[in-house]
Design a protein. Sequence first.
Length: 121
Amino acid sequence: MRISRLPLDEQTAVEIRNEARVHLWYERRFGVPCPPYDSSEAAIDSFPSTTSAIGVRLTPSGTWRVYAPYGVADAFNLVLRPNPRQAPREVYEAKAARCAEAWPELTVLPWCEPGPAGQPG
């Protein structure tokens, strides 16, 4: 689907990333390696916050598919939660600062160390 077909107004911000190429620049920018993702879902699993780990896709049949491996409750409750699976602490904290400035009512949870298998602790 082309982005120009989305029903957006001037006030709607949409962030589009080509996750297939992240491994080419991630280590240079953030100091930790990032293996190539084999799917959009694998990329979403590693987003710096579990709150933003939500993807939506239009299927060939015309229905919408939502992928939210950590759920959507934090997004609706305005809670930013770290995901230490891939991003270093500094990346999450920078994102948290930007988000808190944009949404003062946001609850920003502190960094946590990874739990088993790199999942949020």
